[in-house]
Design a protein around this ligand. Structure first.
Ligand code: FES
Length: 106
């Protein structure tokens, strides 16, 4: 699937993400700044925070309790569409997904 990442300054980057890969892995692999991912994808750091486009938010699997708790500690403001990008796994159904990067991760 193709996933679009939008930086706080409005710059967009479209990445072709392999199915089964997390959005965090794809972003760091492509050197996208704005995703820190200190814990390496273990849902322990909240430095891979993204805002999912509202049109897509309800189409993602629901938050786990761990993800929900961690997002409360994210550096940038938490919004209803906040997710951890290491917990969003690319599938064909997510082709066209748009996520926005917060203004800071730490
Ligand atoms: Fe640490 Fe996602 S990379 S919570």
């Amino acid at each position: 699937p193709t996933i679009t990442f939008i930086r706080p300054d409005g710059a967009q980057r479209e990445l072709a993400v392999a199915e089964g890969t997390s959005l965090m892995q794809a972003a760091t692999h492509h050197g996208l700044d704005g995703i820190v991912a200190e814990c390496g994808g273990n849902a322990m750091c909240a430095t891979c925070h993204v805002y999912v486009d509202e049109a897509w938010s309800a189409r993602l699997p629901p938050l786990s309790d761990d993800e929900d708790a961690l997002l409360d500690g994210a550096a940038a403001e938490r919004r209803p569409t906040s997710r951890l990008s290491c917990q969003i796994i690319a599938t064909a159904a997510l082709d066209g997904l748009v996520v926005r990067l917060p203004d800071r991760q730490v």
